[in-house]
Design a protein around this ligand. Sequence first.
Ligand code: TRP
Length: 470
Amino acid sequence: MSVTSSGSATYSDALEGSNAKRGLWSSRFAFILAATGSAVGLGNIWKFPYVTGENGGGAFVLVYLLCIAVVGIPIMMAEVMIGRRGGRSPVNSIRLITERDRLKPAWKLVGAIGVLAGFLILSFYSVIGGWAISYVGTTASGQLAGQSAEAVGAIFSGLLSNPSTLLLWHTVFMALVMVVVARGVRSGLERAVSILMPALFVLLLLVVGYAMTTGHFGQAAAFLFQPDFSKLTTSGVLVALGHAFFTLSLGMAVMMAYGSYLPKKISIAKTSITVSVIDTGVALLAGLAIFPIVFANGLEPGAGPGLIFQTLPLAFGQMPMGTLFGTLFFVLLIFAAWTSGISLLEPIVEWLEEQKGMNRTISTIAAGGVCWALGIASVLSLNLWADVAPLGFIPMLEGKTIFDLLDFFTANILLPLGGLLVALFAGWVMSRQAMENELSLSPTMFNLWFITVRFVTPVAVAIVFIYNLM
Ligand code: TRP
C-alpha cells in the first residue's frame, strides 16, 4: 500500500512537469480567491437562509457548523491534496494515484461522481442564477418601491409561472459561465474572481449594515444562534450535512480540480481553513442580513426556496435608497453565483479536454450545452410540471418536483457520497507517506486529520444516511 521514497520522487517530478504545462495559480491568494469564489455562491445567500428557516434556526445552524468543522474542512484538505498529488483533472488524478499505488481502479468513481454531480447541480443552479439576473431588472426599474407583500409575492410567482422568461435568464446565466470557462483558468477565471470577490464582500456588508437599523437584529441573531433542539429533525441533520458539502463545493471533486493547480510549497491545511472560514462567515452574514428584514416585516422564515426573492424585495421596497441597495444586492448574488457556476463547469471541461482530446472551446460548448438542456426540466418544474413528482411514490420524496429532486439528490446524497469516497480514499487507500509529504503537517495535526478522514467522517456520513433511510 505504500510507495517507495525513490518512486515518489520520480512521481512528483512527473507531476510537477504536468502542472507546469497546465499553469499554476500565481499565488496562494489567487487559489484562495478561486476556491472562495467557488464556495461562496447561491448556497450561502439563497440556500443557507432558506434551509435554516425551514429547519427552525439555531439547532440546525449548530449542526451545520459542526459538519463544516468535523467533516467539511478535513474533506476539503483531502480533495485539494489528491488534486495536487495527481496534478490532473479529478478523474485522471484519482486514476493516476491509484494506478501508481497499484490499487483498484474502482476509485475512479470519485471523479465520475464529480462529473455527474457537476452536470446535475449546474443545470438547476443556472436557473436560480437566472432568478437573480431577472431581479436586477425588477429592482433597478423601481417597481418594488412601496409595494405590499402581496404585490412582491405576485412578482415572484409571476416570474416562476413564465417558462420563457425563466429560460431566457437561465440561458444568459449559462452563457456567462461558459464564456469564462472557455477562456481558461489563468486568463478567465483568476482575473474574474480577483475582481468579483472583494466587491461581493463590500456589498454584503452594506446589506448587513442596513439590517442592523431595522430594530430586529437581536431577534434574528437569537433565531440563528440560540439552539432549540426540539426543532431539529433527522432529515434536518441530513440537510445540514448535505449543505455543508454544497456550500464548501465538496464531494464532486471541484477542490480536487483546483488543487491540481496549487503550487507544491503552499500549505493545504491553512488554505482550506481560510476558505471554509470565509465561506461560513458569508453564510452567517447573509443570515444576519436577511432574518432581521424577515422579522421586521412579519415574514415567514420557512418560506422555502423563494425566501430571499419574496422577502428582500419587500424590504428593499420600503427602505430608503432601496432601489439602489436592492439592485446592488442582486448584482452581488449574480457575481457569487457566477464564480460558483464556473467551478461547476470547470472540472467537466477539464475532463473532456483530457479524456476526449477536445479543445477547451468545444468542451465548454458541449458540457455547457448539456447542462443548459437539462436545466429546461428545472425551468418547467416551476410551472408546467409543478405537479409532476416523478418519484412521489417514495415517501421521503413525496411531492418533490424534478427541480426539488435534483437539489435533494445532489446536495443530500451525491455530494455526501462523493465526500465519503474521498474520505475513504484518503483514509484507507492512498499511501500515508504521500499524504504526509503533501500536507506537511506536524505529526499531531496529521494524525488528527488522518483519524478524522479514516474514521470520523465515514462514520458520521454513514450514521446520517442510515438514520434517514429508517
Ligand atoms: N458552493 C457553491 C454555493 O454555495 C455551489 C457549488 C459550486 C458547488 N461548485 C460546487 C457545490 C461543487 C458542490 C460542488 O453556492
